[in-house]
Design a protein around this ligand. Sequence first.
Ligand code: DQA
Length: 144
Amino acid sequence: MRVAVVHGPNLRLLGRREPEVYGTETLEDIDRKLDELAGELDVELERFQSNHEGELLDFVDEASARVEGFLINPGALTHTSVALRDALTGVGRPFVEVHLSNTAGRERFRHRSFLAPVASGVVYGFGTQSYLLGLRGLVARLRA
Ligand code: DQA
């Protein structure tokens, strides 16, 4: 089983970006922990990060031929992007949305997710653990 991990805008800044909100772990730390878990779960991962909406749409399209599902932190595009939602529904692969922070407890504009209604599930507020819980949930869903 192969899954794509997609990191949206500004997530490459993790470690130095608002550590009081996002913690001090870097994207590389998160990817390493995901790799360890993927080994345990016997899943292959590929990953992609972009600050550009169009590149993310292209990746979702192209990767959908290779992967069975997506684990995605869409960053701020969560709250703005109908296009990313349409890409994910368009390719017809299950996806799980994850966020490091508890978006429901932050500014009002972060409360709405365009993706959540069409996601298999959403995990937010657990820092790096959101990704690990999200991967477990996605794999369970794909194997069900
Ligand atoms: C985020 C939450 C978003 O509101 C924000 O724009 C991000 C990170 C999170 O992981 O907590 O870039 O997706």
